[in-house]
Design a protein around this ligand. Structure first.
Ligand code: NDP
Length: 280
């Protein structure tokens, strides 16, 4: 029987710490951290994320602004908004919800956001800083995973870590953070041969591929720590991870559930990055 890593509880604990720090800063006459969130178009999933980010800001006492732009917004209009927010002293973090409508250039947006306000850590400058291990902003989901491990008392140093998935927002930065924590890291992807065999080597397995219930008991070593980043919708609308929880849980030593594992940590790490930005 695995111990369940309670992402909701750990997230609430970190948010309470952020809130206390904001209150102390305000009492000392320092600025209130401010986050601007931009959403273009009406993607329902993105709208939920944006609402949750606004709620998160309120919970910890941040100032926040939400810009809901129509789907037909032109690149120049979006650029002008980013320029305005880059220059705004009340705003310390800027986030543009991805994906954008097809006619807009995501790379242009990522490059345009001032790297000092890039609380998603997507700007190549911040990506480079993560690579060399000298970072101000942590990529939110991988940082959430590291916080879950740390606060559950799970040592990474010297452990075999297998990350499945190599996206720029999850897999690659996750591998870097585990490496910085002195794990021995293997990164797998859709072209990996003998995936199950590689996964069975893992003391810490991070599943981030976006395929419901893909990781079964045959892919997990007895006593492994299993972190499920996946968020997939079943036909009945229910959220489910990449790991087959019922099969894997009896074999693992620790496991994150979906929902209630990694998911709640991502926005919390975004709030942490915004607090960091406000101190700079
Ligand atoms: P991407 O689609 O960008 O990347 C998926 C990765 O998985 C790719 O590297 C791909 O390999 C790899 N992959 C796909 N199929 C297989 C397979 N059969 N075997 C091995 N590797 C495979 O996804 P993201 O990284 O953005 O997201 C991954 C999951 O995490 C999704 O479910 C997403 O919803 C979730 N997520 C959750 C967050 C949270 O807050 N909890 C935040 C962000 C994402 P290749 O590169 O070869 O194509």
């Amino acid at each position: 029987m695995a111990k369940i890593i309670d992402g909701k509880a750990i997230s609430a604990e970190i948010r309470a710490e952020i809130k206390a720090e904001v209150e102390q800063r305000i009492a000392r006459g320092e600025c209130r951290p401010g986050l601007a969130v931009i959403i273009v178009g009406e993607d329902p999933a993105s709208q939920v994320y944006v609402r949750n980010k606004k709620k998160g800001c309120e919970e910890v006492g941040f100032y926040s602004e939400v810009y809901e732009l129509p789907a037909e917004t032109k690149q120049e209009e979006l650029n002008a908004l980013i320029d305005k927010l880059n220059a705004d002293n009340k705003i310390h973090g800027i986030l543009c919800q991805l994906p954008l409508p097809k006619h807009l250039d995501e790379n242009e947006v990522i490059l345009r956001i001032d790297s000092k306000k890039d609380v998603d850590a997507f700007h190549p400058y911040n990506v480079g800083k993560i690579m060399i291990g000298d970072y101000d902003f942590l990529p939110c989901t991988p940082a959430g995973v590291m916080a879950l491990l740390e606060r559950s008392g799970i040592e990474v140093a010297g452990k075999e870590c297998v990350v499945v998935g190599r996206s720029n927002i999850v897999g690659k930065p996750q591998a870097m953070l585990l490496l910085h924590a002195n794990g021995t890291v293997t990164v797998c992807h859709s072209r990996t041969k003998n995936l199950a065999e590689v996964c069975r080597r893992a003391d810490i397995l991070v599943a981030a591929i976006g395929k419901a219930d893909f990781f079964g008991a045959d892919m997990v070593k007895e006593g492994a720590v299993v972190i499920d980043v996946g968020m997939n919708r079943r036909a009945d609308g229910k959220l489910t991870g990449d790991v087959n929880f019922a099969e894997v849980e009896p074999k693992a030593s620790y496991i994150t559930p979906v929902p209630g594992g990694v998911g709640p940590m991502t926005i919390t790490m975004l709030l942490k990055n915004t607090l960091t930005a406000s101190k700079k």
